[in-house]
Ligand binder design. Structure first.
Ligand code: ADP
Ligand code: ASP
Ligand code: MG
Length: 403
């Protein structure tokens, strides 16, 4: 069997944890299996590197940021290879160059395009455990890129697909995927299984337990994932195509605090206003999420929308620069907002989910700033300070609380 195992930051945070990872992998290796291990940077190292960068230059270039951040994962794999040596197990560490993990050129948010498997296969044939840096790739300019925060999950799934692995296991600091972040909702329940689609929605809407692109790739290439704890032997959650349990109305609740709301007030109420605004943002590569257009009055209208928190200042800059062309009266930026979403394939055939969500927020006296829905989710934008209460209320009203 060929097994890809990925360990996140907390799982390799110090010497003991690294040795723990090595022991777990060694067990698999000693059964005669081929083992490929993807590691994240140790503990909070990525955050610390970002802090160091901002300290020297508040506006660092994305290329240099990636050059810096990729050192985190490189540290982990090299140390782990040294740790394996102390256990008498042959291992080799490889970074994105040595493997050749090709990505698009977008620094800080690159997508994997192709992975060469030759070098990894060669090392496996020598009966070595192969340690691969997560989160990083190389682009056509021969530079390092990174895959976005949490991207090591995607490295693992992409490797599992490229190597046609028999299993792909994501080890983290919780023992599976829960109906909501167990750190926020104490009564959250661990799921035995979840479909790719539901997991993709939860991940996209903020459930950081898996990088959303990793789920996308897993679905595309049919890689069955297991999410489990690196510190216990609990079973974990299987992410796959179909699940045996009956569909609940709502399968999970997620939140995303990395949001900002921008209101463009007093745009002229005629064809083309929305196009010009969102085209300007698209040209600047800024993704817009929720959108709200007000009823027009006195030949003007307002448009409010959300972007990710990191894009807020850029978005404001772009709109201010295009003020003449857009012709609005006022621009407002609201930070400190968050999205709370309920997700579930079951709601497709059940009206009233949105109403129920609004009811529980009303009962908790939480004001809704924006709403967006799809067939299988309801999302509201609220004050960031209310997130915990909103998540718990939604979790309870949809019957997800642990008995
Ligand atoms: P790693 O460093 O191992 O990749 P992450 O911090 O990226 O770990 O992801 C694990 C964290 O995801 C958990 O500690 C938990 O707080 C959070 N999380 C958010 N939503 C969920 C969920 N639905 N189920 C489990 N964990 C969740
Ligand atoms: N080290 C990176 C991060 O903190 C990638 C990862 O952990 O998956 O975002
Ligand atoms: Mg992660």
């Amino acid at each position: 069997m060929l097994i890809v195992k990925k360990f996140g930051g907390t799982s390799v945070a110090n010497k003991e944890r690294i040795l723990n990872v090595c022991r777990r992998c060694a067990e698999e290796y000693q059964k005669g299996n081929d083992v490929v291990v993807v590691l994240s940077a140790m503990g909070k190292m990525t955050d610390e590197l970002i802090e160091m960068a901002k300290n020297i230059n508040p506006n660092p270039s994305k290329r240099e940021m990636d050059m810096l951040l990729t050192t985190g994962e490189q540290t982990s794999v090299a140390l782990a290879a040294m740790a394996f040596a102390t256990l008498g197990i042959p291992a080799v560490s490889l970074n994105a160059f040595q493997v050749s993990m090709h990505t698009t050129s977008a620094y800080s948010n690159a997508r994997l395009k192709r992975i060469d498997t030759e070098r990894i296969r060669h090392e496996l044939d020598q009966r070595k455990i192969v340690l691969v840096t997560g989160f990083q790739g190389i682009n056509k300019y021969g530079d390092y890129t990174t895959l976005g925060r949490g991207g090591s999950d995607t490295t693992a799934v992409a490797l599992a697909a490229a190597l046609k692995a028999d299993a792909c296991e994501i080890y983290t600091d919780v023992d599976g995927v829960y109906t909501a972040d167990p750190r926020v909702v104490k009564k959250a329940r661990k799921m035995e299984e979840i479909t790719y689609d539901e997991m993709l929605d939860l991940a996209t809407l903020g459930a950081g337990v898996l990088h959303n692109r990793s789920v996308e790739l897993a679905k595309k290439y049919g890689v069955q994932l297991v999410v489990r704890s690196s510190l216990t032997n609990e079973e974990g959650t299987v992410v796959k195509e179909v699940v045996k349990v009956e569909r609940m109305l709502v399968s999970g609740v997620a939140c995303d605090k990395n949001c900002a709301k921008i209101s463009v007030i007093g745009l002229s109420d005629k064809p083309g206003s929305a196009f010009r605004l969102f085209d300007a943002l698209a040209q600047a590569n800024i993704n817009v999420d929720m959108i709200l257009q007000s009823v027009g009055r006195d030949n003007t209208q307002d448009i409010a929308f959300t972007v990710t928190g990191d894009n807020a200042d850029d978005a404001i800059h772009v709109i201010e620069e295009s003020k003449k062309r857009l012709g609005y009266q006022k621009l407002e930026l609201e930070k400190g907002v968050a999205k709370v979403s309920v997700v579930g394939a079951g709601m497709m055939s059940n009206p009233g989910v949105a109403a129920k969500m609004f009811e529980c927020l009303y009962n908790s006296n939480i004001n809704i700033k924006m709403i967006s829905t799809s067939e299988i989710r309801v999302t509201v934008l609220i004050d960031e300070k209310e997130v915990e209460r909103a998540m718990n209320a939604a979790h309870e009203i949809f019957g997800l609380d642990e008995a």
